[in-house]
Design a protein around this ligand. Structure first.
Ligand code: GLU
Length: 483
């Protein structure tokens, strides 16, 4: 009999509520979610809000709404609860204090009474010497009586990690394989701040342990924190989770993804009319690829296919052109009703009344080609709701002899029937070209311009089918009158 029990997969997305969901955060959340679903494990949302200065009201609601909007439902979290709550760190302060006591007892942590001023001077000196900013260990070896004295005198303090100065920390990362860090470059990290709040490192390790996290999947920027975390796990005699550090997200010039070179808030992409399904698909391929390099995936398909061993080490470029292509693909390939529902608010924002659903779906069907996001659609669809405006150049064409003949003929013919099918209209085109002895541009340009406000665009039967007979006649009459 084997005593190896396969540990349940429990992963977490642990954002600090900064006000919006960063695309990098979405990638971390997605990879955690996919891994949990693939392995039949649990996906947990934990809010790391112990840095009180950065707290923004409403940020939490916004974050939870964004995750749900993306389809990333979590099994445990602030609003859904779970057996390991609370899931908001500011509600767990007592827990962190308790473990800080243990660390102090085992001397793996120590009191530091250095003033802000001293630390600032220290940093300044190190800056000048081009040395990395690190605590110099002044309080590391205070005696117990010195500590007692200072505590009794009410001197403000922080608690620091007593990180070994010698040797190396060696650990495994699923993506980076073996990683070795010289202990001499690791700082005596502050664990508990003077306001009694924990820092990220302390709270993160304690919660990952108490919440039974099996795999820590997060951005590569946290790789350098791992030695501190490992030291804490060992100090508390806890099992170390599996580490998975995801490759950095890069701008096209391969610098770290930044606001300066494009949008980074998921909400901004949604506002611009990127579909959650397309964003998820695009983000999934930032650092991961399937065995056959397939590009298009639904979320359930990703849940089946995802695996940690196909995550790359190299940074992943956030290529907006690719996102535009992918979003356009989804806009063209989802059923028309779905795209109409998604696009409706965008048209309404442009003041276009799209309450006639049957007409609106027809408009969507012709405006979704060559579109990369929903925001581009209202300016293109507007012409089906408002009489076109003509330029000087348009008026020259409208005023041509042939145009007048075309308009008169079409007004006369359209009036003969109350309903026009596309087939009837195709027949009318053929007949009128014969009667008027016109073809090609000479025929189509003036007609399309009058009806659609542009010489290029959808075919005439499609335009008239959307506008309806009466509106089409009205537009032709307007042009005829202006001649
Ligand atoms: N709170 C950290 C962040 O904002 C979490 C990092 C981690 O996953 O350990 O990204």
């Amino acid at each position: 009999m084997t005593d190896i029990v396969k540990q349940e997969v429990r992963v977490r997305f642990a954002p600090s509520p900064t006000g919006y969901l960063h695309v990098g955060g979405l990638r971390t959340a997605l990879f955690n979610y996919l891994f949990a679903r693939k392995e039949g494990g649990k996906f947990i949302l934990r809010i790391e809000d112990t840095d009180q200065k950065r707290y923004i009201q409403g940020a939490l609601d916004n974050l939870m709404a964004s995750l749900k909007n993306m389809g990333l439902d979590y099994d445990e979290g602030p609003d859904v609860g779970g057996p390991y709550g609370p899931y908001i760190q500011s509600e767990r302060i007592e827990i962190y204090r308790k473990y800080t006591e243990k660390l102090l007892e085992s001397k793996t942590a120590y009191y530091c009474f250095c003033s802000e001023e001293r630390l600032e001077n220290l940093r300044e000196t190190q800056r000048k010497l081009k040395k990395p900013p690190m605590y110099d260990g002044k309080c590391r070896d205070l005696t117990e009586s010195e500590v007692k004295e200072k505590l009794a005198a009410g001197i403000p303090f922080v608690i620091r990690l007593r990180f070994p100065k010698e040797g190396r920390t060696i650990f495994d990362d699923v993506i980076r394989r073996k990683v070795a860090v010289d202990n001499s470059v690791v700082d005596d990290q502050v664990l508990l701040k003077s306001d009694g709040f924990p820092t990220y490192h302390l709270a993160n390790v304690i919660d990952d342990h108490l919440m039974g996290i099996s795999h820590v999947i997060r951005g590569e920027e946290w790789l350098s924190s791992v030695p501190k975390h490992i030291f804490l796990y060992r100090a508390l005699d806890w099992k170390i989770p599996v580490f998975v550090h995801l490759p950095l997200l890069l701008n096209p010039d391969r610098s770290k993804l930044s606001k300066r070179q494009g949008d980074v808030a998921v909400e901004t992409y949604i506002e611009k009319g990127y579909l959650p399904e397309a964003l998820i698909n695009f983000i999934a391929l930032l650092g991961w690829h399937s065995a056959d390099d397939r590009e298009l995936y639904t979320l359930p398909e990703l849940e089946q296919t995802f695996s940690l061993d196909r995550i790359n080490k190299a940074g992943a470029v956030f290529d907006i052109d690719k996102l535009n292509w992918m979003n356009g693909w989804y806009i063209r390939n989802f059923d028309t009703g779905t795209i109409a529902d998604r696009a409706r608010p965008f048209f309404e924002t442009h003041g276009i009344d799209v309450s006639d659903s049957a007409k609106f779906e027809k408009v969507i069907a012709v405006t979704r080609d060559y579109t990369s996001n929903l925001e581009e659609m209202p300016p293109r669809g507007r012409v089906f709701y408002e009489t076109p405006q003509f330029s000087e150049e348009d008026n020259v064409l409208i005023n041509e002899e042939n145009s007048k003949a075309i308009y008169s003929y079409w007004i006369h013919e359209l009036k003969k029937q109350s309903e026009w099918s596309k087939e009837d209209l195709t027949k009318l085109i053929e007949d009128s070209m014969k009667v008027l002895s016109l073809k090609g541009k000479k025929f189509f340009f003036p007609l399309r311009l009058a009806l659609f406000g542009n010489t290029h665009g959808p075919d005439i039967p499609t335009i008239i089918d959307i506008l309806g007979r009466d509106e089409s006649i009205k537009r032709l009459e307007n042009c005829l009158k202006s001649i």
